[in-house]
Design a protein. Sequence first.
Length: 216
Amino acid sequence: MATLLHIDSSVFPASASASRAVTETFRKAWQEQHPEGTVIYRDLSAHPVPHITAHAHTAGFAAPDAHTPEQAAAFAERVKLIEELERADAVLIGAPMYNYTIPSTLKAWLDNVILHGRTSGENPSANGTPVTVVASRGGSYAPGTPKEPYEYVQNYLTAILADMLALDVDFIVPELTAAPHVPAMAELVPLFETSRERALQDAATKAKTLAERLAA
């Protein structure tokens, strides 16, 4: 059966997180198609992975038998995360926008799994794995909006996930999530509600379609 790697990075609990609501919908739809499948789950807010260190970084460019004890320990943590990515038949990432970009915890995960000569480079080890990114944001950064130049989530993750890791990237973008909480955005609440419902529907549909495709 298929394996889903599910990563959440929102600092908020499910009841208050737009990205978690959508990733949960995706995961439930996926599990309905794969009741006996495997879900590898990482909550990077509750259990952050180590930020990359000099030992972890330099170990990636040295032969294992040349590692110092510090390099070996740090590299073992990286390998664990890399193997989870490589085992996955599909990846689901909750990537809310904080201060125009992704949470630092998600950046730490990426820094660990990007390993030249293995996950990136000439023959990336997870090449072609489908990844669905739920890129929620408090406002709108869509083409033609005033804040379009500040969209550093989809642009950045496309460069990393698609160009460096050679994954097959798809985005679900719930936007205007701050509208119900910011009085100045009150008139945008209907647009937020439409965006939220569309994101939830997209999550359920994409999960089912992807699961069926992998099962074929």
